[in-house]
Design a protein around this ligand. Structure first.
Ligand code: NI
Length: 172
């Protein structure tokens, strides 16, 4: 197998984050390599989820690992929600918004239909924080980001803070 490599992560407000991803139609070695690179990128950045959109690949691929041991990788390809239930508020972060966190309300449970890297279909049910991650990453593939759910005031406060952090980082 080829060596894994980390990919560059797009940061908000990069307009490419607004791209809608197309379905994956070819399940080949290149796809497996891309998924391996996505995991490598997510783990290197200490993230719990990553969508292909964030690495400027506009295909419906997302990876998640919310385990403490970083040993429960989940990959969902062409994921679609078939059922959702309940509501929860969870403080979310995003690798495309370094250092920014905000409470977002989402479904408590989701059931999704997805495919694995061989193209096999399966149903996946998630609840709580894992359900948050699935919904957050699926949003990326539709060109949506978590701050879209905030009130205009809250969003502008957060984005000002992000801008300030960037300036500080640039002058450090
Ligand atoms: Ni994100």
């Amino acid at each position: 197998m080829a060596a894994m490599s980390t990919l560059a992560i797009l940061e908000f407000p990069d307009p490419r984050l607004r791209t809608r991803a197309a379905p994956v139609t070819v399940f080949d070695a290149a796809l497996k390599q891309f998924v391996a690179d996505m995991f490598e990128t997510m783990y290197a950045a200490n993230g719990v989820g990553l969508a292909a959109t964030q690495v400027d690949v506009h295909r419906q691929v997302l990876v998640i690992d919310m385990s403490e041991g970083r040993n429960q990788p989940l990959v969902l390809i062409n994921a679609g929600i078939v059922e959702k239930d309940g509501a929860q508020v969870y403080q979310e972060g995003c690798l495309s918004f370094p250092g920014l966190y905000a409470d977002v309300t989402r479904a408590l449970k989701v059931k999704v239909k997805a495919q694995d890297t061989d193209g096999r279909e399966f149903l996946y049910e998630a609840e709580g924080p894992l359900a948050v991650a699935v919904q957050h990453e699926m949003d990326h593939l539709a060109g949506k980001v978590f701050v879209d759910y905030l009130s205009p005031l809250k969003r502008s406060m957060l984005l000002k803070r992000l801008e300030k952090q960037r300036k500080q980082a640039a002058s450090a």
